[in-house]
Design a protein around this ligand. Structure first.
Ligand SMILES: [Zn+2]
Length: 365
């Protein structure tokens, strides 16, 4: 598959515009026209990961942490980053990063963390954005009206609240003249044709737009399909960072820590607060989320599970009667490999492997 086509699939699910302004996401190194067969997923790419990619004949590395983050003025082999970029290009390996857009997106890192823990009915902790919506209008001959409308509905277009398959349909006359080299479904070369058509209008969220258009074109009988896409001002579903959920109330802080250690395969965990505290509502922010302690408290959460908690943040949490489970930045995010592999495994002709390089810089002795 062409890298550009793979990126389209990834960005339909995890749109770049969800990322924070300061972030650096998308294709950071590579040729959009390259053919991609083998993908390596990793939390980040250091020298060992790039070497691993070369040895395993990888075409594309996908990282969570942006491979290029600070502004670079030179790319040469005297500097580590320059050397790695040089190596990637020399070995025809592309590199794509998905960071805060992946934290925020549905089925991204925070949702996956909740899934691993078995926490259901999750809500967004910090709403950052609303989903972009589009109106799609397509002109279909009467004979294929039902077929195209069904395909649009099956692709997920036309959802308004609890209603699916919403469309508006207007009958009219379509006109066209097939020119030389055309292969018309109706009509003859050089003659103006008039056909009874229906204009079908429906609403599509950004993450389904490309898939919907592709399926619509496939189901449409015409050689050239006439359709319009309008970006709407209507706000779609809200998206944001972190998640929270009510749990059954059977766990206290200590038993929740044990559960996390088991699920994330960890030996140690840092915890702030009384271990006997009953936990009825949990907040999760993967990576560094200690600045969201008071937000979690405002949603009546009993605990926030995150990483990178500093001493004074821990003290402030105790003062406000909040508890924190600090799993570490690495352990809340290394699951990136699992969730990305699960997504990429749904794409035909792409083989995805998890990096075997252990990237946590900290050791506990
Ligand atoms: Zn991170």
């Amino acid at each position: 598959m062409k890298l550009n086509d793979l990126i389209k699939k990834i960005e339909n699910k995890y749109p770049l515009n969800l990322a924070y302004d300061w972030d650096n996401v998308g294709l950071l190194v590579g040729d959009f026209d390259n053919k991609i067969k083998k993908v390596l997923v990793t939390l980040e790419a250091n020298e060992s990961v790039v070497e691993e990619a070369i040895q395993k004949n990888i075409d594309l590395i996908i990282t969570h942490h942006p491979f290029i983050f600070r502004k670079m003025n030179k790319i040469n082999t005297k500097d580590l980053k320059g050397r790695l970029i040089h190596k990637l290009i020399k070995n025809d390996i592309a590199l794509y990063s998905m960071h805060t857009n992946f934290d925020i997106a549905f089925d991204g890192l925070n949702d996956y963390f909740m899934e691993v823990m078995g926490f259901e009915n999750t809500k967004i902790l910090d709403v950052t954005n609303s989903e972009t919506l589009y109106k799609v209008a397509v002109y279909v001959p009467k004979t294929h009206e039902l077929q195209v409308r069904k395909v649009l509905g099956d692709a997920g277009a036309g959802y308004i609240g609890n209603y699916s398959n919403c469309t508006f349909n207007i009958n009219g006359i379509g006109t066209f003249k097939p020119e030389d080299n055309a292969n018309p479904f109706i009509g003859n070369i050089g003659e103006i044709e008039e056909v009874e058509e229906v204009k079908i209008e429906t609403i599509v969220p950004q993450n389904l737009l490309q898939k919907t258009i592709d399926k619509m074109i496939k189901a449409h009988p015409y050689e050239e399909v006439a359709y319009d896409i309008y970006k709407l001002e209507n706000k779609g579903e809200t998206v944001g960072l972190g998640r929270y959920a009510s749990i059954d109330g059977q766990l206290n802080l200590e038993s929740l820590c044990e559960k996390i250690k088991l699920k994330l395969n960890m030996n140690h965990i840092r915890v702030v607060g009384d271990l006997n505290t009953k936990i009825k509502k949990v907040a999760v922010v993967t990576g560094a989320g200690s600045d969201m302690v008071s937000l979690a408290k405002s949603k009546n959460c009993d605990v926030i599970i995150t990483g990178d908690v500093k001493y004074h943040e821990a003290q402030d949490a105790l003062d406000m009667g909040m508890t924190i489970i600090d799993c570490g930045h690495f352990d809340t995010e290394d699951i990136f490999k699992d969730v990305m592999k699960r997504f990429l495994d749904t794409i035909e002709n792409i083989e995805t492997i998890r990096s075997e390089i252990y990237l946590n810089p900290f050791k506990i002795i």
